[in-house]
Structure formats: C-alpha cells, structure tokens
Design a protein around this ligand. Structure first.
Ligand code: SF4
Ligand code: SF4
Length: 381
C-alpha cells in the first residue's frame, strides 16, 4: 500500500486542470475543488486513479462492479452486480454459483466491535440529543441535562459503502484478511442497565444493517421497561426499505439518524468518496419528512467534514440550502478535518474556514448550526 509523506510546509501542488498552485490541493486527487465542480468530464480519470490507488492495497474493487448478467445486491445505492467470485464494493458480498453470498453483515456474522463510552460523548449530535442536552426529557432521557453516570454503546461496523480518501477509521480495511465475526445476540448481550443509547457507526452500518436491526430489536425487547435510544451515524446510502426499519427503531426509542453529508455536488462527492451521493440526498429528504412525528429530540441531524480546498464555504452553502429546503430546523454540525489516510497532505481546517462555513450555513437559512472538534481548528490558512 502506498501512502504519501506529510508535506508539512512543503511546496504547493499545481491543479492538473486549471494550473493554479495551492497547498489546498490533494496529491492523490491532483485537481482542485472548483475543477471537480466545474469540469466534470475532464476529472473522471483523476477520480478513478485516486480510488484505484486507495482500494488496491485492500483488495477492494475500485468501483462498484456492474458485471453484465451478474447477481445484484440491492442493500445500498451502489447496487453491485457481481460475476462469479467477484466482490461487492463493501467487500461483504460475492457471487458463488450464481447466488448472492453474504460474507458478513447477517444476524450471525457481523464484522463488528463495540465499547461503552461514558455520556456525554463527543457524538456529533450530543449538543441537541438527550445524552448531552435538555432534549427529550423526561420521556427519552434519564436527566434534564447531560446523562452523567450512563453510557453509550458505540458499535463500530468494519465495512463501508463509500471510499472516503480522508477516512479517519481506515484501519478496519486491514482487518479484512483476519475478520472476527460476532452475532447480533452477542451485541445485544452487551447492553447493560447503564446503557442509555446505542450508536451504530464505522465504517458504516449500511452494509451490515441486518445485523444491526436484529441486535436493536433484541436489546429493545429486553429493555422495554426503561429508556434505551437507538441511533445511527451513516453516509445515508442504504436501501430505502432498510432506512424505514432504522427510522422506526429510532423514532420510538428517542434516538436519531445522523447523516454525514460529505458534499452536495455529485462529482465532488465521487472525487472525495468514490461514489454518488444521489441516494443519500433522497434518503435524507425522506427522513426529514418524518421529523414531525417526533419533534423532540430531533430525529435527524446533519454533519459535514470541512475538508480544506474541497468542502469550502461555497459547498457548505449548497449543502445547507438543501438541508433548509427539507427543514430549516434540522441541526447541522460542521466538523474540523484532520489529515488521514490518502489525504495526509492537507492542513487541518482553519478557524477562518470554519467560521465562513458556519456563516454560509446560517445565510442559507439554517437555524441550528454548530462547529464541532473546535480543538482541531488551526490558524493555518
Ligand atoms: S451492500 Fe452495497 S456496496 Fe455492498 S455489495 Fe451490496 S450494493 Fe455493493
Ligand atoms: S448515540 Fe444518540 S443519544 Fe447517544 S450521544 Fe449520540 S445522538 Fe445522543
């Protein structure tokens, strides 16, 4: 696997299309954010090359397979069509003898780990959810304010339907060769009487939703006499039928669905994350339409990572206009970027960048905008 050296204060990179020099152009993408938005056709080869590189070391397909006559998986927007023995984009499905085979993510075969985290956590929603604020008390929260003395069960699913070049948890891909499988029952057994919420993240819960849904149902049945919230942190690419089941669990338990909206522009999303965001935006709008069923605590929260040079105030304005068109009351968290994985050569998000994005989101009509990860902000650019 090839990683790039950290450039620190080394020279700027020249955009391979428009020729501008900037420290905010990633070596692996070679093209600036504006060119991804404005020159869709000319950028496809650069997008493909970046994701060939980032996937190769893990034996994952560079793109969702679309083999003619192959078996199709419909669990997420990628809709992989796989010929004999080829692998789905998430690495968890294959075709054996013309049958779709699940290599993980079923009730008895989760590629997953978990731990208890004391509340309130640094969850992207803790500023508006029952664990960290007054929201939802008393029906869905043990305390009016932070739920001190209680725990979040953080459930990390080790596969993903996106390929974000800045993935903060990329190490799960290395565990593909030595997986440890856990059943949904084992996961449900880990919910104890001090567990106030369960949060599924990763990777992403999307390719292993059968496992997560089963564990949630078992845990809720066993704890029907007390508060236990079911929450999700996701790229939002799941099949809408599965999203409906996720929503039902969160709606009735006081939990929430946190959508990480990586970009609004589809080509920029493909550049940064390998695949389209069309289904994510459709799914987000659908969940927003359900919010009135339970206004408090908020059922839907959006977040965006402020990737220097790519997710700038122009992009955040566009994301925020989309969120506001769904419902201006949806809480929106802006998160500081830290260089990781195939993007170690960009700086951390600056205070100026974060404040411009916050203002852009407010100008777009959003009422609740928050900057998270404040400790990561720099004065760098
Ligand atoms: S879950 Fe998504 S990425 Fe994985 S095989 Fe199915 S369609 Fe492809
Ligand atoms: S998992 Fe849910 S309830 Fe718990 S801290 Fe996060 S958003 Fe709040």
């Amino acid at each position: 696997m090839t990683f790039f050296g950290n450039r620190g204060n080394l020279p700027e990179v020249q955009c391979a299309l428009c020729g501008q020099n900037s420290r905010l152009i990633s070596e692996v993408l070679k093209v600036c954010g504006d060119c991804f938005r404005n020159n869709i056709g000319s950028t496809q080869a650069f997008i493909r090359q970046a994701h060939v590189q980032s996937r190769h070391g893990f034996d994952l397909p560079a793109e969702p397979p679309c083999d003619e006559g192959g078996v199709e998986c419909t669990l997420c927007a990628n809709r992989c069509r796989m010929k004999e023995s080829s692998l789905g984009y998430c690495g968890l499905r294959t075709n054996q003898a013309e049958k779709l085979i699940h290599l993980g993510g079923t009730h008895d075969k989760g590629k997953v780990s978990w731990y208890h985290d004391p509340l309130p956590t640094n969850c992207v929603a803790s500023w508006v959810c029952p664990a960290g604020s007054n929201a939802g008390y008393p029906d869905f929260s043990y305390e009016k304010g932070p739920e001190l003395g209680y725990f979040n069960l953080a459930v990390f699913y080790e596969a993903c339907t996106f390929d974000c070049l800045y993935c903060q948890n990329w190490q799960f891909r290395e565990r593909r060769s030595s997986p440890r499988y856990r059943t949904a029952q084992e996961l449900a057994n880990s919910v104890d009487r001090r567990t106030a919420c369960v949060c599924y993240f990763g990777g992403d819960p999307t390719p292993q939703l059968f496992h997560a849904l089963q564990a949630s149902k078992t845990a809720l049945n066993r704890n029907s006499d007390r508060i236990l919230r079911i929450c999700w942190e996701t790229n939002g690419s799941m099949n809408p039928g599965l999203l409906q089941k996720m929503l039902d669990l969160s709606l009735h338990s006081g939990g929430c669905i946190k959508f990480d909206l990586k970009a609004h522009n589809e080509n920029l999303n493909k550049a940064l994350c390998g695949v389209s965001n069309k289904q994510t935006l459709k799914n987000f709008r659908w969940v927003a339409e359900q919010m009135a069923q339970r206004p408090d605590p908020p059922l839907l929260i959006a977040s965006t990572l402020l990737v220097p040079g790519y997710i700038d105030a122009r992009e955040v304005r566009s994301i925020a206009q989309f969120i506001a068109s769904c419902d201006p009351e949806i809480p929106y968290s802006l998160l500081a970027f830290y260089p990781h994985f195939y993007m170690p050569d960009l700086p951390t998000t600056s205070l100026k960048h974060a404040e411009e994005c916050q203002q852009a989101a407010i100008d777009a009509g959003l009422k609740r905008v928050h900057i998270g990860n404040l400790h990561l902000l720099s004065n760098d650019y």
